[in-house]
Every structure is written in structure tokens, then in C-alpha cells.
Design a protein around this ligand. Structure first.
Ligand code: HEM
Length: 427
């Protein structure tokens, strides 16, 4: 879209403390627009970081591995991996290195294609079990009683952990997520939960290593690429990461989809009921309009010049995905939630961010070397969960006429954006 055609926000300076206030937690979009229009490369001296907010600038940072790295620490440097992270050593810490490529290549194939299809009947079953518990009630709270129940039980089942331990696993998951969002005692509690989980996993990993098994944990323990396997520590770090990367995100995606169909565009629910394939569009538009993950961090590996601004080497750069997804230079009426929009690639995402239909994709799974490994699984699982709820519970409606809306993280919700609760009733 031509720059001249864009209605810009009034020119105002930005006070970096705006990022810390409750108004920004609730509605970051006005500040995003001021950033995009007037400060596309913003130096936030207060928080010692730089900010990119336009779609194509974020795309560039994701694609340009030579200038932007995810790791702050260099493999082989003095930093001991996993010491400062609730998950322990895991691929999130390995940046753009060969170590990251090695680990990613070992496991990435486990979440797509036939490997993913093998788990689909189990996903149906878990969703049915969770909806079953809601059946007698005329009202229920979607976040605690449905969305936060499904993905973690799915992951635990995929890993092939005993079903009787599922609730213990859910407990570790909540402690890990809380440990992610905040440091101090929360980090300590998260690390304690991780250690308990690791002790629990130790004998299970030993028993499954070197044996054929169709469960995900066996596959991860035994997956080999060019003679290389994950070490036991890496397997445990990866399992811990999966809880947040695959559990908390999908959990919140399901809540956000229902929030938008209940409060933002209730008129579009009828179209989805008439054509369940449209759940695909609900998922995609949710990932654009108010994605679960609004930010990703990168570090410059050299001096970078963008929009006549010089970002120095080793600077922390926040990519505001939530802002790029609302960039009016790319999407028409970006502040409208519309599952029928024709200027967004609606199908499955890919790592390149380039699609045959020529349309831009949402930025919610990232792009490039660290593109989400669970993109297909998150889409499939969210769609099945939403369809099952509709099929088995009947058509829900919001219990309350108004809702406080989606907000950025608080202590219980780790790092992602979602409604803290969403009460529904039988329509
Ligand atoms: C709606 C749900 C999800 C969202 C919004 C999401 C979002 C993201 C984003 C933005 C990244 C990129 C990080 C970066 O560029 O630094 C990422 C990476 C990742 N995601 Fe997801 N994710 C979701 C679901 C899943 C699921 C279901 C799994 C696994 C079962 C998963 C596993 C991962 C892993 C392992 C990475 C790291 C990839 C790498 O560094 O190479 N995610 N995700």
C-alpha cells in the first residue's frame, strides 16, 4: 500500500515508560501505530533496547541471520548454557549457531506430516474427554476448564507419559510457565518444578533410549541425524521447552479464537458453523490480529542501518510482531478482525514467509531459522479443539455482555497474550 494513502497517527514523542503501564498491557496497538508511523526504528534508552515495528523491517530481521542473532551468548563462550533458564539448556539459547541447526534438524520432523497425523486420533480423544466434563453445565469458564486443559494433556500423551501422571504434569507446567514470566522467587519455583520433572523423566528416558517406540519421547531420544542424537540433558531441556512452546501458546491461541468469535466478531460465528473449514481462517486471522506472541528478541551481530538510524553491534532489538501484523502498509483495515479477508495468506505457514498466492502471511510464528516447529500442530490442534467444543457442547454464547478483553501477561500466564478468563453459556 502506498505510504501516501496511509492515515498516520498524530506525531508525538514516545515516553518509554508507556511500555510498562497497564494501558499498554491492555491495548498496545495505539502505541504500535505511533511507532510504525513516526519511529520505525526506535531507540528505547530507558529499557536499553531498540524496537522494530513495521512488517517488512521485522521480516528483514528474521531473515538476515548475518546481522541479527537470537542468542546473546556465544557457544563456546564463558556462559554456561541452561544456568539462567527455567527450561535448562535448550535450542532457544543456541541462537543461529550450527548447534541450533543440529538440534533443530534432529527434532523438527516430529511435528509435521505423517508423524503429526499419527497423533490426530489421540487429540480428538483428549478434546472429547475435556468437553465431556463440561456437558452437564449451562455455563463454564473456557480458559481454566477447556483451553488450558487440552494442549498440555496432548503433549503429555504425545510424549507417552502414563495417564495417571497427567495431573502432576499439569502442575509442573503451571510452575514452569509462572517461572518464565517473572524472575526471583518465580524463577526459583519454576526451576524447582523443572528439576522435579527431570528426576521423574530420568528413568523413563533411560528405558526408552535405544528401543523402538512410537511415542514422541522415544522418537526424540532415538532420532538420529548424520550419526548425531540429542544428549540426555538436551532431551530433558527440549521436553521442558515443549511444555511452554507447545502447551501455553496453543492454550492461549484457543482462548483468543473464542474471544474474537464471542466479542470482536460474533457475526462471523455463523459462517464458521456453516463451514467448519473456516476454523483455519479463524486461526490465521487470530494470529495476525492479536497474536499470542507479540515480541521476539534479537541481538545485532554487526552495525545495522535502517531508516537512516544506526543500530550498534550487540544491541538488543525487540521485534514487535503484534505491530507488524497491524501494519497498514501491508494489510487493509488492519484493525478489523475479518476471517474472510483477502489480503492475508490464510493457509498453512512456512519458514520462508513467502507464499504462492503472493499474499503476506502473519508474523505470529516468526520466520526463518527459528520459525516455529509446532506451526502445523498448533493449527491442527486448535482447530480440532474448537470444532469439538462446538459439536459436543452445542453453540456457546458469552455469559457476560462485556469483557475486559485480551491482555498481555500477568504472573499466572507466563509470557503470552490472552484473556484471563472467558465465561461462556449454552446459547
Ligand atoms: C499458537 C501456538 C504457537 C505460537 C504462537 C508459537 C510461536 C512461536 C514463535 C513466534 C517462535 C519463533 C521464535 C523466534 O523466532 O525466536 C516459535 C518457535 C518455536 N516453537 Fe512455537 N508457537 C506455537 C506453538 C508451538 C507448538 C505446538 C510447538 C511444539 C509442539 C512449538 C515449538 C516451538 C519450538 C521448539 C520453537 C523453537 C524453534 C527454533 O528455535 O528453531 N510451538 N514459536
Amino acid at each position: 500500500m502506498a505510504e501516501a494513502a496511509i492515515q498516520t497517527a498524530p506525531r508525538t514523542d514516545i515516553d518509554p515508560r508507556e511500555f510498562d503501564g497497564p494501558a499498554f498491557q491492555k491495548n498496545p496497538f495505539d502505541l504500535y501505530k505511533r511507532l510504525r508511523d513516526h519511529h520505525p526504528v526506535y531507540h528505547d534508552r530507558f529499557h536499553n533496547r531498540w524496537i522494530l515495528s513495521r512488517y517488512w523491517d521485522i521480516d528483514t530481521a528474521f531473515q538476515d541471520n548475518g546481522s541479527f542473532d537470537r542468542a546473546q551468548y556465544r557457544p563456546g563462550g564463558p556462559y554456561k548454557f541452561g544456568t539462567n533458564h527455567v527450561f535448562g539448556p535448550n535450542i532457544l539459547e543456541y541462537g543461529n549457531s550450527n548447534e541450533h541447526r543440529r538440534l533443530r534438524n534432529i527434532v523438527a520432523g516430529q511435528f509435521v506430516g505423517q508423524k503429526l497425523d499419527d497423533f490426530i486420533p489421540m487429540i480428538h480423544q483428549i478434546c472429547e474427554e475435556v468437553v465431556d466434563r463440561l456437558k452437564g453445565s449451562d455455563t463454564f469458564e473456557l480458559v481454566t476448564q477447556f483451553s488450558s486443559q487440552v494442549p498440555i494433556r496432548v503433549i503429555s500423551n504425545m510424549l507417552g507419559l502414563p495417564r495417571e501422571d497427567e495431573d502432576t504434569f499439569v502442575g509442573w507446567y503451571h510452575a514452569l510457565i509462572a517461572g518464565l514470566g517473572f524472575g526471583g522467587e518465580h524463577l526459583a519455583r519454576g526451576v524447582a518444578a523443572r528439576n522435579e520433572m527431570w528426576a521423574y523423566l530420568d528413568p523413563i528416558i533411560d528405558a526408552r533410549t535405544g528401543k523402538d517406540g512410537e511415542d514422541l519421547l522415544s522418537r526424540i531420544c532415538n532420532a538420529e541425524l548424520a550419526g548425531s542424537r540429542m544428549t540426555k540433558e538436551e532431551v530433558k531441556g527440549f521436553v521442558a521447552l515443549l511444555l511452554a512452546a507447545g502447551g501455553d501458546t496453543t492454550d492461549k491461541a484457543i482462548s483468543n479464537m473464542w474471544y474474537h468469535l464471542m466479542y470482536t466478531r460474533p457475526d462471523q460465528l455463523d459462517a464458521v458453523i456453516a463451514d467448519p473449514d473456516l476454523w483455519q481462517n479463524v486461526f490465521t486471522e487470530m494470529m495476525r490480529y492479536d497474536a499470542v506472541v507479540h515480541t521476539q528478541l534479537r541481538y545485532t551481530t554487526r552495525e545495522v542501518v535502517m531508516h537512516d538510524q544506526v543500530i550498534p553491534e550487540r544491541a538488543g532489538v525487540i521485534l514487535y510482531l503484534g505491530s507488524g501484523n497491524r501494519d497498514e502498509r501491508v494489510f487493509r483495515n488492519p484493525d478489523t478482525f475479518d476471517i474472510q479477508r483477502d489480503d492475508l495468506h490464510m493457509g498453512r505457514e512456512n519458514r520462508s514467509g513467502r507464499y504462492k498466492d503472493g499474499k503476506p502471511g502473519h508474523l505470529g510464528f516468526g520466520i526463518g531459522q527459528h520459525f516455529c516447529m509446532g506451526y502445523a500442530m498448533a493449527r491442527q490442534e486448535s482447530q480440532i479443539a474448537c470444532m469439538k467444543l462446538l459439536q459436543l457442547y452445542g453453540r456457546p454464547a458469552p455469559r457476560d455482555a462485556t469483557h475486559p478483553g485480551i491482555t498481555s501477561p500477568n504472573i499466572d500466564s507466563g509470557g503470552f497474550r490472552s484473556p484471563s478468563e472467558l465465561w461462556l453459556r449454552k446459547a
